[in-house]
Write a protein that binds this ligand. Sequence first.
Ligand SMILES: [Zn+2]
Length: 131
Amino acid sequence: MHTDDAVFLEDLCPKFRFRQWRKSIHRFTGKSCIYCGKPSESIDHILPRSQGGLSTTENCVPACLSCNGDKSDENAMYWYRRQRFYDPRRAMAIRAWLEGDLRLAIRLLQWANPNYKNNNPKENKTNFKAA
Ligand SMILES: [Zn+2]
């Protein structure tokens, strides 16, 4: 597909663009729930739509269905503080995400979750040694 065609297709079909956007949100956290670290299956609004929250990247985080359903339309910061799996590093990550600092948010999530799949080989400590 040519790049021009892709742009054309997105203009014709907003659903396609929406799907791409959802995918990119999940990719930021390596497809894990920002609250508990389980696989993310949905997009959650930090500030719920019922309270005027917008569907922007800053206000939308990857979440598992369990967290998303349990949180319902509460403010994520208040809801998250009461959870058993509460982790202050994740709380900081959620705040950074909300402020639009996704790089910081991802760093904090990596810190909170040592199993996070690191895509940067330079930071990978298991280097091969030359024989
Ligand atoms: Zn979760």
